[in-house]
Design a protein around this ligand. Sequence first.
Ligand code: KIV
Ligand code: ZN
Length: 527
Amino acid sequence: MTPTADRVLIFDTTLRDGEQAPGCSMTQPEKLRVARALAELDVDIIEAGFPAASRGDWEAVNAVAREVSGPVICGLARCSREDIELAARALTDAPRHRLHVFLATSAIHRQHKLHMAQEEILRLAVEGVSIAREYCDDVEFSPEDASRTELDFLAQVVEAVVAAGATTINIPDTVGYTVPDEFGELFRYLRQHVRGIDKVTLSVHCHDDLGMAVANSLTAVVAGVRQIECTINGIGERAGNCSLEEVVMALATRAAFFNLKTNVNTSRLYPTSRLVSSITGMPIPRNKAVIGENAFAHEAGIHQHGMLQHRSTYEIMRPEDVGLPRSNLVLGKHSGRHAFRERVKELGFELDDLELNRVFEEFKALADRKKELFDGDIEAIVLRAGSAAHGPWNLEHLDVEAHSGAGAKATVRLKHTDGRVIERQAAGDGPVDAAYKAIVLATGVAVTVRKFEVHAVTIGEDAQGEAILYVDNNGRSYRGSSVSTNIIEAAGRALLEVINRIELSQKSVRQGAGQREKTTPLAHNVI
Ligand code: KIV
Ligand code: ZN
């Protein structure tokens, strides 16, 4: 895929680098939902995962390749034939696909991680790209930790992989170390010193350790880069990656400065951001640029006065440009299906009739318990409906008795998709503790709770509470969340979501055991 001179390609890596963030792992149906949302957002390339990492990753990449049309679907691989073959097989069903091979080049990584000399890195990089070209015409190469690599060696590696057939050269600031001026210089150096560089697409991949991922990516674009790698909400390893919504809106809002376009449908930014936040459980800070709750709120009287005279006094983008719902119209129990359908659409969700019926029933049930329903309530119902159906455990009944100073007792009845119905009772310090103990007894899955949060989804004393739970199980982090007007029930459902994720990932590990014997496995979060 070649960008035109005035077009920047958007390469989304939410499903690969974003998913590597602790607690952000997604199930296959969740990855498919995100990939479909990315296709609707019109990103150019979706990096769907790292097929050699596990059987589950391979299957998710394969499912995205089979089922999501529009963008080029990409898979990551180390410079080894096994990795590349696995990635190529996972991607074959995508009409347009890309192999992304990487190898670290910096002295720190060469000495302490790879234990390899420069010559060996050079040889392996060329070999990796040549193997990838046997399977695919669209091959991207990333010299990992490029921003801390000696410039002359970096130029040597890039020149060699371009000669070997790489069509995109991606320069990662893997540890978020560089600063804009220095990074711009790096690209100017490569453009001056690498033979053949004008025949490939130059790409940038920035991490946000010092809060400069977006600034560094934009500087790279000014220095001639025409592909930006980024993630929704900036999720990713450690402090995250370059945030897609910020970099895209910077290019759009300051079009007169950059003179460049992207193909992104910006009105899908807000719903896509909410979807990723709800699936990963990674909350969006209120003051987050572009899609945070406060991004378009004006509190100070002088600002409100200015806004009333003319929006441009204090607003550089319009909320509707990023798909933020214009009104916070309140619906209630007398609102009909039509008004509800319209609101769901305005919030950016496309539901078929069956889904709409299911969600409308939930809306009615909630409207019986709650006077007014805000956008946050409707989003919560729609997002939960998309993720709740996967089981295997479902909550049939939860009854909790609690007395101040005397602890609590909980009875829980769960139904498993294999037909088992299990009822258990437990006592605990408080209602959540008792409910958790009863659920653990019923499912037989023990977890270590790392963090438990509850916050109101909307305003008012009858607001729904969202419970978010972070746990560890067998060295892996999991996250679950749920929303209800009853926060004990929300907490119980959040734990059940975690237990469902654990069961599903254990199943995928068991299924993958055969395959892993044949390949060199990668633990999750290894890059
Ligand atoms: O940060 C990084 O270096 C990466 C590469 C694999 C592109 O994610
Ligand atoms: Zn990265």
